[in-house]
Design a protein around this ligand. Sequence first.
Ligand SMILES: Nc1ncnc2c1ncn2[C@@H]1O[C@H](COP(=O)(O)OP(=O)(O)O)[C@@H](O)[C@H]1O
Ligand SMILES: [Mg+2]
Length: 197
Amino acid sequence: MIALSDQSPEAFGARRAVYRHPLKPDRLIKVVKPSARPAWRVRFSSRFGSYKSHGIELTEYLVLRSRMSNDPPIVAPFHGLVETDLGVGVEVERMVDREGRLAPTLHALVERGGPAPHLWPQVEAMIGLLIRHHVVVSDLKPLNLVLARWGGADRLVLIDGLGEKNLLSLRPFSRIANRLSLAKAGRRLRAWLQEGR
Ligand SMILES: Nc1ncnc2c1ncn2[C@@H]1O[C@H](COP(=O)(O)OP(=O)(O)O)[C@@H](O)[C@H]1O
Ligand SMILES: [Mg+2]
Protein backbone atom coordinates (compact mmCIF):
# COMPACT_ATOMS: atom_id res chain seq x y z
CA MET A 1 0.00 0.00 0.00
CA ILE A 2 1.23 3.50 -0.88
CA ALA A 3 1.40 6.03 1.98
CA LEU A 4 0.06 9.46 0.97
CA SER A 5 -1.28 10.79 4.26
CA ASP A 6 2.17 12.01 5.36
CA GLN A 7 2.40 14.49 2.45
CA SER A 8 0.34 17.49 1.33
CA PRO A 9 -1.66 17.30 -1.88
CA GLU A 10 -0.17 19.09 -4.87
CA ALA A 11 -3.64 20.18 -6.06
CA PHE A 12 -7.30 19.87 -5.21
CA GLY A 13 -10.46 19.53 -7.25
CA ALA A 14 -14.00 19.65 -5.95
CA ARG A 15 -14.05 15.88 -5.39
CA ARG A 16 -10.48 14.71 -5.29
CA ALA A 17 -7.12 15.51 -3.76
CA VAL A 18 -4.13 15.12 -6.08
CA TYR A 19 -0.82 13.84 -4.64
CA ARG A 20 2.60 13.45 -6.19
CA HIS A 21 3.39 9.74 -6.42
CA PRO A 22 5.97 9.11 -3.67
CA LEU A 23 7.91 6.55 -5.74
CA LYS A 24 7.37 7.86 -9.29
CA PRO A 25 7.85 11.64 -9.46
CA ASP A 26 6.39 11.88 -12.97
CA ARG A 27 3.04 10.49 -11.79
CA LEU A 28 0.16 11.71 -9.64
CA ILE A 29 -2.28 9.78 -7.49
CA LYS A 30 -5.85 11.08 -7.14
CA VAL A 31 -7.90 10.07 -4.13
CA VAL A 32 -11.48 10.93 -3.22
CA LYS A 33 -11.68 13.62 -0.53
CA PRO A 34 -13.51 12.48 2.60
CA SER A 35 -15.96 15.37 2.11
CA ALA A 36 -16.85 14.04 -1.36
CA ARG A 37 -17.88 10.58 -0.15
CA PRO A 38 -21.64 10.25 -0.60
CA ALA A 39 -23.91 10.20 2.43
CA TRP A 40 -25.76 6.91 3.02
CA ARG A 41 -28.97 8.40 1.57
CA VAL A 42 -27.45 8.85 -1.88
CA ARG A 43 -25.25 5.77 -1.96
CA PHE A 44 -27.87 3.86 -3.92
CA SER A 45 -27.17 6.15 -6.88
CA SER A 46 -24.11 4.10 -7.81
CA ARG A 47 -22.82 0.69 -6.81
CA PHE A 48 -19.33 2.23 -6.96
CA GLY A 49 -20.20 4.39 -3.90
CA SER A 50 -17.31 6.76 -3.14
CA TYR A 51 -15.45 5.45 -6.16
CA LYS A 52 -18.14 6.38 -8.68
CA SER A 53 -15.94 8.90 -10.45
CA HIS A 54 -12.97 6.49 -10.60
CA GLY A 55 -15.23 3.83 -12.16
CA ILE A 56 -16.76 6.14 -14.75
CA GLU A 57 -13.40 7.63 -15.69
CA LEU A 58 -11.70 4.25 -16.02
CA THR A 59 -14.46 2.89 -18.25
CA GLU A 60 -14.43 5.90 -20.59
CA TYR A 61 -10.63 5.84 -20.71
CA LEU A 62 -10.91 2.33 -22.13
CA VAL A 63 -13.47 3.58 -24.67
CA LEU A 64 -11.07 6.35 -25.67
CA ARG A 65 -8.02 4.07 -25.92
CA SER A 66 -9.90 1.52 -27.97
CA ARG A 67 -10.97 4.15 -30.51
CA MET A 68 -8.15 6.64 -30.67
CA SER A 69 -4.90 5.04 -31.67
CA ASN A 70 -3.37 7.16 -34.42
CA ASP A 71 -4.63 10.52 -33.17
CA PRO A 72 -2.64 13.03 -31.19
CA PRO A 73 -3.03 12.33 -27.45
CA ILE A 74 -5.54 14.58 -25.69
CA VAL A 75 -5.96 12.92 -22.29
CA ALA A 76 -3.38 12.50 -19.51
CA PRO A 77 -2.33 8.83 -19.60
CA PHE A 78 -3.98 6.70 -16.99
CA HIS A 79 -1.88 4.07 -15.26
CA GLY A 80 -4.50 2.22 -13.26
CA LEU A 81 -5.77 1.93 -9.74
CA VAL A 82 -3.52 1.89 -6.68
CA GLU A 83 -4.19 1.10 -3.04
CA THR A 84 -3.20 3.96 -0.75
CA ASP A 85 -3.68 4.75 2.92
CA LEU A 86 -6.33 7.26 1.75
CA GLY A 87 -8.33 4.68 -0.18
CA VAL A 88 -8.21 3.52 -3.79
CA GLY A 89 -6.46 6.09 -5.94
CA VAL A 90 -5.98 6.53 -9.68
CA GLU A 91 -2.43 6.85 -10.94
CA VAL A 92 -1.99 9.25 -13.86
CA GLU A 93 0.82 10.98 -15.69
CA ARG A 94 1.75 14.29 -14.09
CA MET A 95 1.32 16.97 -16.77
CA VAL A 96 3.97 19.68 -16.44
CA ASP A 97 4.87 23.07 -17.90
CA ARG A 98 8.25 23.93 -19.45
CA GLU A 99 9.80 24.34 -16.00
CA GLY A 100 8.53 20.98 -14.74
CA ARG A 101 5.88 22.52 -12.49
CA LEU A 102 2.35 21.20 -12.47
CA ALA A 103 0.82 22.32 -15.79
CA PRO A 104 -1.52 25.30 -15.37
CA THR A 105 -5.24 24.83 -15.96
CA LEU A 106 -6.93 27.00 -18.58
CA HIS A 107 -8.77 28.54 -15.67
CA ALA A 108 -5.51 29.59 -14.01
CA LEU A 109 -4.03 30.85 -17.30
CA VAL A 110 -6.99 33.11 -18.03
CA GLU A 111 -7.25 34.28 -14.45
CA ARG A 112 -3.59 35.29 -14.58
CA GLY A 113 -3.27 36.54 -18.15
CA GLY A 114 -6.77 37.50 -19.25
CA PRO A 115 -8.53 36.39 -22.44
CA ALA A 116 -6.75 33.67 -24.42
CA PRO A 117 -8.55 33.33 -27.78
CA HIS A 118 -5.35 31.91 -29.31
CA LEU A 119 -6.04 28.68 -27.39
CA TRP A 120 -9.40 28.11 -29.12
CA PRO A 121 -7.99 26.16 -32.12
CA GLN A 122 -6.55 23.56 -29.74
CA VAL A 123 -9.83 23.30 -27.84
CA GLU A 124 -11.70 23.00 -31.13
CA ALA A 125 -9.36 20.25 -32.35
CA MET A 126 -9.83 18.32 -29.11
CA ILE A 127 -13.61 18.60 -29.35
CA GLY A 128 -13.44 17.45 -32.97
CA LEU A 129 -11.62 14.26 -31.93
CA LEU A 130 -14.01 13.57 -29.05
CA ILE A 131 -16.97 13.93 -31.43
CA ARG A 132 -15.39 11.83 -34.18
CA HIS A 133 -14.62 8.94 -31.84
CA HIS A 134 -17.79 9.23 -29.76
CA VAL A 135 -15.96 9.72 -26.47
CA VAL A 136 -18.07 11.19 -23.66
CA VAL A 137 -16.76 14.01 -21.49
CA SER A 138 -19.16 15.22 -18.80
CA ASP A 139 -17.12 18.10 -17.51
CA LEU A 140 -15.36 19.89 -20.37
CA LYS A 141 -14.45 23.02 -18.43
CA PRO A 142 -11.40 25.24 -17.87
CA LEU A 143 -10.47 23.58 -14.56
CA ASN A 144 -10.20 20.20 -16.26
CA LEU A 145 -7.96 21.30 -19.13
CA VAL A 146 -4.27 22.05 -18.72
CA LEU A 147 -1.65 23.48 -21.05
CA ALA A 148 1.28 21.11 -20.79
CA ARG A 149 4.68 20.61 -22.35
CA TRP A 150 4.25 17.14 -23.74
CA GLY A 151 6.19 15.33 -26.45
CA GLY A 152 8.16 18.47 -27.23
CA ALA A 153 5.11 20.68 -27.81
CA ASP A 154 2.71 22.83 -25.79
CA ARG A 155 -0.46 20.78 -25.77
CA LEU A 156 -3.93 21.15 -24.42
CA VAL A 157 -4.62 18.09 -22.24
CA LEU A 158 -7.82 16.88 -20.61
CA ILE A 159 -7.01 15.78 -17.04
CA ASP A 160 -10.51 15.10 -15.68
CA GLY A 161 -14.13 14.86 -16.75
CA LEU A 162 -14.09 11.70 -18.91
CA GLY A 163 -17.25 9.62 -18.89
CA GLU A 164 -20.96 10.00 -18.27
CA LYS A 165 -22.08 10.79 -14.73
CA ASN A 166 -25.78 11.10 -15.44
CA LEU A 167 -27.54 7.73 -15.65
CA LEU A 168 -30.31 9.14 -17.82
CA SER A 169 -28.09 10.83 -20.39
CA LEU A 170 -28.22 9.76 -24.03
CA ARG A 171 -24.63 10.73 -24.77
CA PRO A 172 -23.05 7.26 -24.35
CA PHE A 173 -25.62 5.74 -26.74
CA SER A 174 -26.13 8.48 -29.28
CA ARG A 175 -23.42 10.08 -31.37
CA ILE A 176 -25.76 12.96 -32.13
CA ALA A 177 -26.51 13.64 -28.46
CA ASN A 178 -22.77 13.52 -27.71
CA ARG A 179 -21.97 15.87 -30.59
CA LEU A 180 -24.61 18.41 -29.53
CA SER A 181 -23.41 18.33 -25.94
CA LEU A 182 -19.73 18.75 -26.86
CA ALA A 183 -20.56 21.52 -29.34
CA LYS A 184 -22.42 23.35 -26.56
CA ALA A 185 -19.46 22.97 -24.18
CA GLY A 186 -17.25 24.25 -27.01
CA ARG A 187 -19.35 27.38 -27.55
CA ARG A 188 -19.16 28.10 -23.84
CA LEU A 189 -15.37 27.61 -23.79
CA ARG A 190 -14.91 29.76 -26.87
CA ALA A 191 -16.85 32.68 -25.37
CA TRP A 192 -15.01 32.26 -22.10
CA LEU A 193 -11.58 32.26 -23.82
CA GLN A 194 -12.54 35.38 -25.78
CA GLU A 195 -13.93 37.34 -22.87
CA GLY A 196 -11.67 36.01 -20.12
CA ARG A 197 -14.55 35.48 -17.72
N1 LIG B 1 -2.68 14.62 -14.79
C1 LIG B 1 -2.58 15.84 -14.24
N2 LIG B 1 -1.51 16.62 -14.50
C2 LIG B 1 -1.39 17.86 -13.97
N3 LIG B 1 -2.29 18.39 -13.11
C3 LIG B 1 -3.36 17.65 -12.79
C4 LIG B 1 -3.58 16.35 -13.34
N4 LIG B 1 -4.72 15.86 -12.83
C5 LIG B 1 -5.20 16.80 -12.01
N5 LIG B 1 -4.40 17.89 -11.97
C6 LIG B 1 -4.63 19.12 -11.17
O1 LIG B 1 -5.41 18.81 -10.05
C7 LIG B 1 -6.67 19.51 -10.07
C8 LIG B 1 -7.77 18.60 -9.55
O2 LIG B 1 -7.78 17.39 -10.28
P1 LIG B 1 -9.14 16.79 -10.87
O3 LIG B 1 -8.84 15.47 -11.45
O4 LIG B 1 -9.78 17.79 -11.77
O5 LIG B 1 -10.03 16.62 -9.53
P2 LIG B 1 -11.63 16.60 -9.37
O6 LIG B 1 -12.05 15.24 -9.85
O7 LIG B 1 -11.86 16.80 -7.92
O8 LIG B 1 -12.18 17.72 -10.22
C9 LIG B 1 -6.84 19.93 -11.53
O9 LIG B 1 -7.65 21.08 -11.66
C10 LIG B 1 -5.40 20.17 -11.96
O10 LIG B 1 -4.95 21.45 -11.52
MG1 LIG C 1 -11.75 18.39 -12.05
